[in-house]
Design a protein around this ligand. Sequence first.
Ligand code: GDP
Ligand code: MG
Length: 173
Amino acid sequence: MSSNDKIYKMILLGESGVGKTSILKKFETGEYDPHIYCSQVTNFIRKDIKLPDNNSRILDIWDTPGQEKYRSIIKIFYKGANAFVLVYDPTNEPSFNELRIFWYNEVKHINSVIFVVANKCDSDEKVVKDEEGKEFAESIGAIFVSVSAKDNIGISNLFEQIAQNIHNKNWDF
Ligand code: GDP
Ligand code: MG
């Protein structure tokens, strides 16, 4: 890491229980813990992400709690964010509705890269189809990705795509 390397910031957002902490933990340590943990108000890890072109990008990945009581507090951490990852659980329809109604509205005015992520793709109890997630992502100019923190599907690829898209974006207005 040289002092010239820019450090990018990305934030995981979405309802409580969609799997934000599990995604981060899987990416950080390769572990998955089926017990629900209570997220600290916020918490981040710094990762050097290798890209296919052999370069790497440094990403600070922030986890947040989704409960309503924390919503005003976590806004403080939006400052300087380059990417927002809006996570929902396709087995839980309200988590998708809240993503469209509440979470997207939180970030839509911020100059950033947005990802819409359906976690728990391992589950066969999906009530929200991937097509719906994809359609919503397209309607807001975001990128849709389906992952499973439990079965480690698409997790490292997700962070690679985020790093790549942050890097490619022209940050000048
Ligand atoms: P958070 O509140 O968004 O941080 O969600 P957590 O990471 O605490 O996960 C909430 C619950 O969903 C836990 O019981 C996890 O074990 C479960 N979970 C997380 N990711 C997955 C996944 O990929 N598949 C399945 N089936 N369950 C998951
Ligand atoms: Mg959490």
